[in-house]
Ligand binder design. Structure first.
Ligand code: NZQ
Ligand code: ZN
Length: 388
């Protein structure tokens, strides 16, 4: 196993009726709270009123930033930073999915910077300070509730950039699966595709001696395959929502990473698609995942596919490894496109090949994506073409 540092300093309140601790947790960091949220779902589901009541009951002062977009824009980061500086905000409270939490992380960092927040994404300025962040998660997908990363879009330059800064790690996350009962079938499916791919990005790895971590990841992937269809059929099934929620956090909180040396592959490719076409991240990943599997399958990588097919999908281990590998790609496609009902091609969602060259160049930074199978610009373009 490779060497690594394991440090996840996020306190988690998991389950129903935990919001009573919100005021006390916010109060540890000061009096002035900036509540950040998205397009209004938290009002429709009655969560906004509960959160505001907790803040008021704790005697804290409330400020708000609403309208954070899915695929959050740098303009929202700048708007939040202005409020933080003007009002001397002490603590940020993000209530929403990955977009709201990601945007709030950069607001916390931009509060200490006087220029355009995009400079942070361009890594022109160091990020060594961030306002404390507490979140109430409303959608199981990105794992932003338990990692220090965030992804921000800039429509003017058609860029979408994701970075990791330890100071942006949430201090406290409230994970109540019942809050996700109202997540639509489509967003539930996209979330499941995202979680599955987070695990696959780590699992499909040619490093050796990861048996313990591989076994944990196999369990996490089986959990998604088992419970995503149940949550779609019965949105208020607590067990299904709880399994999805805790898996989303553990897929990306650093535990399964185990010092992995290879880069991720599907994520950099997907970020270039949503940068231009503003599609849901999980949908882009769903379309890419089976094509990336097909493209990376060869004599060198087949053993990993065999392990995945037998241990995660229950394929008969007596079959030839290459047959298991091919069947596992077919089963992943069926899960994403038939069971979860996601669209299966770029063409179906109105994306043609006109930007493939530029997207491929940006995805690999003009060099090599050093993932499970190293991919150059031409390889990435080939994978994009397979998605048409
Ligand atoms: O905006 P509102 O009105 O809140 O509605 C949202 C939004 O329209 C809605 N929603 C959220 N919770 C709901 C709900 N609707 C009903 N009931 C609820 N309880 O769902 C829609 C999508 O929300 P969004 O936050 O955009 O989804 P997600 O959590 O999938 O976040 C996607 C963003 O996270 C980034 C993606 O690139 C994308 O920008 N990622 C962040 C990562 C990280 N921080 O580590 C890793 C990921 O790989 C990913 O790249
Ligand atoms: Zn993702």
């Amino acid at each position: 196993m490779n060497s690594f540092i394991y440090d996840i300093p996020t306190k988690v309140y998991f389950g129903e009726n935990q919001l009573g601790h919100l005021g006390e947790e916010l109060g540890r960091y000061g009096k002035k709270v900036l509540l950040t949220y998205g397009g209004g779902s938290i009002k429709t589901i009655g969560l906004y009123d509960k959160v505001v009541e907790e803040i008021k009951n704790a005697g804290l002062e409330l400020f708000e930033l609403s309208g954070i977009e899915p695929n959050p824009r740098v303009s929202s980061v700048n708007a939040g930073a202005v409020i933080c500086k003007k009002e001397n905000i002490d603590v940020l409270l993000a209530v929403g999915g990955g977009s709201v939490i990601d945007c709030t992380k950069y607001i916390g960092a931009a509060a200490y910077y006087d220029g355009d927040a995009w400079d942070i994404l361009l890594q022109k300025v160091p990020v060594d300070k961030c306002l404390p962040i507490i979140d109430v998660l409303t959608l199981s997908a990105t794992g932003s509730e338990m990692d220090c990363g965030g992804v921000i879009s800039n429509p003017e330059t058609q860029d979408k950039i994701g970075l990791l800064f330890p100071v942006m790690q949430p201090k406290v996350s409230f994970l109540d699966p019942s809050i996700t009962y109202t997540v639509s079938k489509y967003q539930t499916a996209c979330g499941a595709a995202d979680i599955l791919n987070h695990i696959m990005e780590v699992y499909f790895n040619m490093d050796q001696d990861l048996y313990m971590l591989d076994t944990v990841m196999e369990g996490l992937m089986k959990t998604i395959i088992e419970f995503a269809p149940i949550a779609m059929e019965a949105p208020d099934n607590y067990e299904a929502r709880a399994n999805l929620m805790w898996t989303s956090s553990w897929a990306i909180n650093g535990f399964v990473n185990g010092g992995k040396r290879q880069a991720w592959s599907c994520h950099p490719m997907e970020h270039e698609i949503s940068a231009i076409y503003d599609i849901t991240h999980g949908l882009g990943l769903a379309i890419l995942t089976p094509r990336w599997m097909e493209y990376t399958l060869d004599e060198r990588t087949v053993s990993k596919f065999y392990q995945f097919g037998c241990n995660v999908l229950g394929i008969n281990p007596e079959m030839e490894p290459m047959e298991v590998a091919k069947k596992s790609i077919e089963m992943v496609s069926d899960f994403l496109f038939k069971t979860l009902g996601l669209q299966s091609t770029f063409t179906e969602i109105g994306i043609d090949d006109s930007n493939f060259a530029i997207m491929a160049r940006k995805a690999c930074g003009g060099g090599i994506l050093s993932g499970f199978k190293p991919l150059n610009q031409q390889d990435i373009e080939n994978i994009f073409k397979m998605c048409l």
